[in-house]
Ligand binder design. Structure first.
Ligand code: IPT
Length: 356
C-alpha cells in the first residue's frame, strides 16, 4: 500500500511540538534548542518527511536546480540512476544540472561544485565512487552546498543513501553453491571503485563461509567489452571454472557473449551472475540471474533526502537500501544445462545418422 505523504502537522504531532517549532527548525534552526531540534529531525526522518519545496522557494531558501555529479553515463547503471533522479526531481519542480567528470579526484570534483555554486545551486547528489577522505573534504570545504553521496564506504562520515551490497553478494554465492558449483571465477569491477571493492570482499567472505578457498579474481572496468575480454582470460587460464560471478550486468553481457562464441554449452556450460538488474538484463541470452538494485527507488530517495537536507543542513542522513537476488536462466546446476545436454545428444545423433 502507498504510504501517505507526511505533512508538517504530522511531524509536529510525532515530535510533540507545535507546527511553528517544526517550521523554525526548517527555516531558522539556530534559534531552536538543540534537544528540540533533534526531536524534530528524528520525527522527520521517521516519517520520511519531505519539506514543501515551493514554500521554501518562496521564502528564497534555495535555487530551482539541484546538481548531479555522476560516473560516466555510457554505463548502464549510472545512466538509469540519472534518469530516475531527473524524473523524481521534476516531480518536485526541480531542474537537474549534470556534471560528468572524467576523474574522481578532489580538484575535479571541487571544480564541479564551484560551477554549481556559480549557478546558485545549493544541493548536489554525487554518484561517483569516492574515497572517504575526498568525500569528507568536499563536505567540509563546501558548507554552503549540501552534498548527498551514493557511492561511498559505510565508514565515510557524510550524508548518503546507498545499497547494502552484503546481502545480495552473499545470496548470489549461496545460490551458486547450492547448485553444486565449487570452481569460481570472480570478475570484479575496477579496483579504484569503492563499490567494486565492497562487492568483491562480500563475495569472498560468503565463499569462505562455504569453504571455497580458491576462487580466481580478475578485474574489469564495468564495460561489456572488458567482460568479454576477461571471460576469455579466465577460461583460458582456469578451464575448470563452472561459475563466473560478475560485478555488474554490463560486464556479464560481455561474458555471455564470450561464452556463446566459445561454444560453452551442454556439459561445458558456465553459470553467470550479474549485479544491478538494469532494465535490459531480463532480455540477455540467457536472461541474467543478478543482484537487483532498485535504481528508481534510489533516485526517488536521493531527491527526497537532498530536499530534506537542504531544508535542515544539520540533519545526518544515512540510508541503506536493500538488494535482492533475482534468479533467471543464466545459472544452472553444476554439470551443465539439461536442455543443452539434450540438444547436444540430438546433434550427435544427427551427425551419426548423416555419417551412416
Ligand atoms: C554502480 C553499478 O553497480 C556498476 O554497474 C557501475 O555502473 C558503477 O555504478 C559505476 O560507478 S551503482 C553505484 C550506485 C554503486
Amino acid at each position: 500500500m502507498q504510504r501517505r505523504t507526511a505533512t508538517l502537522e504530522d511531524v509536529a504531532r510525532e515530535a510533540g511540538v507545535s507546527e511553528q517549532t517544526v517550521s523554525r527548525v526548517l527555516n531558522k534552526p539556530e534559534v531552536v534548542a538543540e534537544r528540540t531540534r533533534d526531536k524534530v529531525i528524528r520525527a522527520m526522518q521517521a516519517l520520511h518527511y519531505v519539506p514543501n519545496r515551493s514554500a521554501q522557494l518562496l521564502a528564497g531558501k534555495s535555487a530551482p536546480s539541484i546538481g548531479l555529479i555522476t560516473a560516466s553515463l555510457t554505463l548502464h547503471a549510472p545512466s538509469q540512476i540519472a534518469a530516475a533522479i531527473k524524473s523524481h526531481a521534476s516531480a518536485h519542480e526541480l531542474e537537474v544540472a549534470i556534471a560528468m567528470p572524467a576523474t574522481a579526484d578532489y580538484p575535479s570534483l571541487q571544480a564541479r561544485l564551484n560551477e554549481f555554486r556559480a549557478q546558485n545551486i545549493r544541493g548536489a547528489i554525487i554518484n561517483l565512487p569516492l574515497e572517504g577522505s575526498i568525500a569528507e573534504k568536499l563536505v567540509s570545504e563546501n558548507p554552503d552546498i549540501c552534498c548527498l553521496f551514493l557511492d561511498i564506504s559505510p565508514e565515510t562520515d557524510v550524508c548518503c543513501v546507498r545499497f547494502d551490497h552484503m546481502e545480495g553478494c552473499g545470496a548470489c554465492d549461496t545460490h551458486l553453491w547450492e547448485l553444486g558449483h565449487r570452481e569460481f571465477g570472480l570478475l570484479a569491477g575496477p579496483e579504484s571503485s569503492v563499490s567494486a571493492r565492497m562487492r568483491l570482499s562480500s563475495w569472498r567472505e560468503a565463499l569462505h563461509r562455504h569453504g571455497v578457498r580458491n576462487a580466481v579474481t580478475v578485474f574489469g572496468d564495468w564495460s561489456a567489452a572488458s567482460g568479454w575480454h576477461k571471460a576469455f582470460e579466465l577460461l583460458h587460464q582456469y578451464p575448470k571454472i563452472s561459475a563466473i560471478v560478475v560485478a555488474n550486468d554490463q560486464m556479464a553481457l560481455g561474458v555471455l557473449s564470450a561464452l556463446a562464441q566459445l561454444n560453452r554449452t551442454g556439459r561445458r556450460a558456465v553459470s553467470v551472475t550479474g549485479y544491478d538488474d538494469t532494465a535490459d538484463s531480463l532480455y540477455f541470452q540467457p536472461p541474467l540471474t543478478t543482484v537487483a538494485q532498485d535504481f528508481n527507488k534510489l533516485g526517488k530517495r536521493a531527491v527526497e533526502l537532498l530536499i530534506q537536507q537542504m531544508a535542515a543542513p544539520q540533519m545526518r542522513i544515512r540510508e541503506l537500501l536493500p538488494t535482492r537476488l533475482v534468479i533467471r536462466q543464466s545459472t544452472w546446476p553444476y554439470g551443465g544445462r539439461d536442455e543443452d545436454e539434450k540438444d547436444d545428444l540430438l546433434r550427435q545423433l544427427k551427425t551419426l545418422v548423416e555419417k551412416l
